[in-house]
Write a protein that binds this ligand. Structure first.
Ligand SMILES: [Zn+2]
Ligand SMILES: [Zn+2]
Length: 413
């Protein structure tokens, strides 16, 4: 077996490590909540039933949306964006960038493309040998061009893009609800287990009715893990809510798409309500379910230009909207002619695409996950810091909790 092949296999296996880590944490949290808390700790039957029903509802929605985010393949451009055999041969023979751009320009004249590179060149992927549709980017991890690519997420080992962006948002939302519910319901048992009262003999402390078992170890960490994941995911979820409202991908936040009038960060924004519908669809009853309902085909996107450009408006209204009934903002389903696509008929100098896009992609993915990592470790530090300090330096308040915590860990281990 060739070394490069072995290396690729190792990379593929390693890419699943973060997913396996999340799966293990989720499996442990299920065991800790259902068995250790609900079965062994809570004595009230009514409380048990209510907790278990709500817990399983949030758990199912969370796992369902997480699974859909992981296992939905990224959407790739249709064949119409590939160069014909003759064009491909001619493109490869040409050495001058200007001539290559001329070939691309000719091939793209019937395609619904409104954006170019920052240097006004047709966006072409040498790796996949196709003209990139608007908002499409090549993912070096997946090694394909991904429609409306947002970022490559290591936590789902998949590209987040047109095909699974709704699932990704629901995954963040349900994981927040899951963590919030777990933390909120565990909190009272966490306090009961670890307050000073717990150290005293049971006869001196009538409120202390909890069993002194290893359940307290699970309850303690369940609260910490749920609270820290909640805070970490909250920042990421808030950021993506803002992106949806602006109809912007993470990549487009770092580099605004270039239209014929120049770069425009809000070029695809149609207003908050329509932006929301573009991701979640027209039927509100499906919004909270991880079922694909996003509007369009991932290759054509209505732009703000439609307001300023009567030609795009005319073409859009002639064509049947794809699943969309949003007034005046339909998705063109047929390509625009050259005369209708002013972007392609402009007299700009076409320049070869640089490696700048690749840098943007890796940067956006890094920042996106970096925000979560940073939040996680930042809040982990502040959660655990009081426990790590010498007890005498703590003064009143935390000292009892600290002593109980270490005592609990010691006995549990
Ligand atoms: Zn590509
Ligand atoms: Zn990817």
């Amino acid at each position: 077996m060739a070394p490069s092949h072995v290396l690729k296999c190792c990379q593929k296996v390693l890419a699943w490590v973060p997913v396996a880590f999340i799966a293990l944490v989720v499996a442990w949290s299920y065991y800790a909540y259902v068995v250790e808390l609900c079965v062994f700790t809570i004595s009230s039957t009514a409380e048990k039933v209510v907790y278990l029903v709500v817990f399983h509802l949030s758990f199912v929605m969370f796992v369902w949306s997480y699974g859909k985010t992981i296992f939905t393949s990224p959407a790739t451009p249709s064949n119409e964006f590939c160069l014909s055999k003759a064009d491909k041969e001619q493109y490869e023979k040409e050495e001058r960038p200007e001539s290559q751009q001329e070939i691309l320009r000719r091939a793209a004249k019937d395609l619904p493309i409104y954006t170019t590179t920052a240097s006004r060149a047709i966006r072409y992927c040498d790796r996949c040998q196709l003209i990139k549709p608007d908002r499409c980017h090549h993912c070096s991890a997946c090694d394909v061009c991904v429609l409306k690519m947002d970022h490559h997420c290591p936590w789902v080992n998949n590209c987040v893009g047109f095909s699974n962006y709704k699932f990704f948002l629901l995954f963040l939302m349900y994981s927040l609800l899951y963590c919030l519910f777990v933390a909120a319901t565990v909190l009272q048992y966490f306090i009961k287990f670890w307050t000073l009262c717990r150290r005293k003999a049971a006869e001196n402390c009538p409120k202390n009715e909890l069993p002194d078992t290893h359940a307290k170890f699970h309850v303690l960490f369940l609260f910490f893990v749920a609270a820290m994941f909640f805070i970490s995911i909250l920042s990421l979820f808030s950021y993506h809510c803002w992106l949806v409202g602006k109809n912007r991908s993470t990549i487009e936040t770092f580099r605004a798409p270039t239209f014929r009038n120049g770069p425009d960060k809000n070029g695809f924004s149609l207003g908050c309500s329509k932006n929301l519908r573009e991701v979640f669809g027209d039927e509100k009853k499906y919004w909270l379910l991880p079922i694909f309902t996003s509007l369009g085909d991932g290759c054509n996107f209505p732009t703000r230009l439609v307001i300023m450009d009567p030609e795009q408006l005319a073409v859009s209204s002639q064509n049947e909207p794809a699943k969309s009934s949003v007034a005046n903002q339909s998705f063109p389903t047929r390509p625009l002619s050259e005369s209708q696509n002013r972007l392609l008929s402009s007299d700009c100098q076409w320049v070869e695409t640089g490696p700048e896009e690749e840098n943007v992609k890796s940067g956006s993915g890094f920042v996106c996950c970096g925000v979560s990592f940073f939040s996680f470790f930042f809040f982990s530090f502040f959660f655990f810091f009081p426990f790590l300090r010498p007890r005498k330096a703590l003064g009143i308040g935390w000292s009892g909790v600290e002593e109980n915590m270490f005592h609990g860990i010691k006995s549990a281990c």
